[in-house]
Design a protein around this ligand. Structure first.
Ligand code: FAD
Length: 544
């Protein structure tokens, strides 16, 4: 048994193996007598794993790492700390895809949430074998007449996708990248091009199980324990650990015939003018198709916008959409200031839609858009290819050793009324930096698809944009990019642009208060109710 598990994952301690590594004096000694001590590890590999993240900017060393095999293990650790005269800090870690140490904890315990998954099945995400995973179940609620996925907080969205597709169903709101945990994205918001229509991932959840900062396992929803439910969604891990979420499902797109394999029509349109680019995006997100349990027959399912700076390759790690001949054509464009913008939209196929009908609807919806003549590109792909489009780029970067490098990312929300003023950031700050070749996302949301009772913070206007500065990892000059981030924030501050950070990163209490604005009071009160000893998730640096 020892050998087999070791071969599968040499860095991961053996689940259930009695603690043999030296104990740490950073934790109370009576913890050692608990059953979970066997799953607490203090070895070098565990501490190294838990003291790093995707950002590769911050490194904080914990006292130990818990590899839970059950939700009870998690509750038992948190309860122990809560009842201890000297409570220690605890942080759940999903995939560790944060950029600034948000899942780290100094001298406390990091809970490797994915260990719950490993205890259940063989962690082989590349195979479509999720049916063997009993931490993802597709269920039907007769009273509401809805299907939902009941999933562990540690589950990856890619596995949720495969498991639900086996039932012809799928969640409607996604992130661009699927190798993130359900608990990790629900602690932020979970955004992508579907959110204009379906809202972020946090608004597509019916119910949660949460181990609070007192170690209690509580089920919550809009009706049961609503104060915990609303606080946890977008709550940056401050109130407890999401161990289960039930997620709304809709019918998945379907192949319209046995000879046509694709289920998604994917279009990109190029612009050389910021006003046209944004006006057209706002028009597209105002087209909200009807959607119901029988499927979606009208409207777009995905709208995102991006920028290509300084003649960079229009294909990048996030997707290789453009063919070589498209790339040559795009390279011939001489856009003002060297900035090309593109809108990408997707339309899903359903059972009674066919190619002709889809094309007709698409023409209807794209009519009147002001993109550059001749610069509209279309592709037909499968639903999984579309949703999992970032994975290929990730694997390519991994094979070149360019994935595990510093990522000083900056993500902002910007009110629609201020985007013209904000465009200075593109023309005068980013375009002037010849190293800024990475992915730049810029696309809008409808505020009415968000729920203001949740902890996630967004601008006050009906429409707001997200900026994703996902800096290229082809070079490691991250401090220069970090300086650029500071310059952007300074420009917004000095020019009264009321941005909100997404995946926020602040270090002082005053900054957090200003970030949460009107929500701060309730955030603080709810913290007092569910994590009064401030045990949970210090890596966000809100209360610590
Ligand atoms: P971690 O980094 O492990 O944790 C994030 C935070 O959540 C930490 O504070 C942690 O303590 C807390 N946490 C983790 N699990 C739980 C839990 N079960 N209960 C409570 N708190 C928990 N975001 C988007 O919205 N849209 C995107 O398209 C998108 N694309 C991305 C692409 C890449 C390549 C990367 C690296 C990130 C992307 N993100 C995107 C950001 C991502 O959603 C967040 O960083 C998310 O937190 C990562 O999930 P994780 O499982 O790695 O969480």
């Amino acid at each position: 048994c020892f050998l087999i598990i070791f071969v599968i994952s040499p860095l991961v301690p053996i689940v259930g193996f009695k603690q043999t590594s030296p104990w740490t004096d950073l934790l109370p000694s009576d913890l050692e007598s608990l059953d979970i001590a066997a799953r607490l590890q203090v070895d070098e590999a565990s501490l190294a794993m838990a003291s790093t993240d995707f950002g590769r900017i911050v490194s904080v060393i914990p006292a130990a790492v818990l590899y839970p095999t059950s939700v009870e293990d998690i509750a038992s650790l948190v309860k122990f700390s809560y009842n201890s005269p000297l409570p220690f800090k605890i942080s759940p870690r999903g995939q560790g895809h944060s950029c600034r140490g948000q899942a780290m904890v100094e001298n406390g315990v990091v809970i490797d949430m994915t260990s719950l998954n490993r205890a259940k099945y063989n962690n082989n995400h590349s195979n479509n074998n999720s049916s063997s995973n009993d931490r993802i179940r597709v269920l039907y609620d007769g009273s509401m007449g809805v299907y939902f996925a009941d999933v562990g907080g540690e589950q990856l969205w890619i596995d949720v996708l495969h498991a639900t597709l086996e039932h012809g169903l799928a969640p409607v709101s996604w992130t661009d990248y699927l190798y993130l945990t359900v608990g990790g994205t629900l602690s932020n918001a979970g955004i992508s091009g579907q959110a204009f229509r379906y809202g972020p991932q946090i608004t597509n959840v019916y119910e949660l199980d949460v181990v609070t900062g007192k170690g209690d396992l509580i089920t919550c929803s809009k009706k049961i324990n609503p104060e915990l439910f609303y606080a946890v969604l977008g709550g940056l891990g401050q109130f407890g650990i999401i161990t289960r979420a039930s997620i709304q499902l809709h019918p998945a797109p379907k192949r319209v015939s046995s000879i046509i394999l694709h289920t998604v029509k994917w279009v990109r349109m190029l612009y050389d003018d910021f006003s046209r680019f944004t006006r057209d995006q706002e028009h597209l997100i105002s087209l909200n198709g009807d959607h119901g349990l029988l499927g979606d027959f009208y409207g777009l399912h995905f709208v995102e916008g991006s920028l290509i700076m300084n003649q960079a390759n229009p294909n990048n790690w996030r997707s290789s959409f453009f063919s070589p001949s498209d790339q040559v054509k795009i390279a011939s464009l001489r856009a003002p200031g060297g900035i090309i913008y593109y809108i990408e939209v997707a339309k899903y196929y359903y059972h009674d839609s066919d190619n002709i009908k889809i094309d007709r609807e698409l023409e209807d919806q794209l009519q009147g858009l002001k993109f550059l003549g001749g610069f509209r590109f279309t592709k037909d792909v499968t639903f999984v290819e579309f949703l999992n489009r970032v994975r290929r780029g990730e694997l390519a970067l991994q094979s070149k050793g360019q994935w595990d490098v510093p990522h000083p990312w900056l993500n902002l929300f910007i009110p629609k009324s201020q985007i013209q003023k904000f465009s200075h950031v593109f023309t005068e700050i980013i375009a002037k930096n010849d190293k800024a070749l990475g992915t730049i996302l810029f696309y809008p949301f409808n505020r009415n698809k968000w729920d203001d009772k949740m902890s996630a913070v967004i601008p006050a206007e009906d429409v707001f944009y997200t900026l994703g500065l996902l800096h290229s990892s082809e070079f490691d000059d991250w401090e220069a990019l970090e300086d650029q981030n500071k310059q952007i924030l300074k420009y917004c501050d000095e020019n009264g642009i009321k941005i909100k950070q997404y995946l926020p990163n602040y270090s002082t209490r005053e900054e957090w208060k200003s970030h949460f604005g009107d929500k701060w009071k309730i955030f603080l009160e709810t913290k007092g109710l569910f994590d009064p000893k401030m045990i949970m998730t210090p890596g966000q640096r809100i209360f610590h």
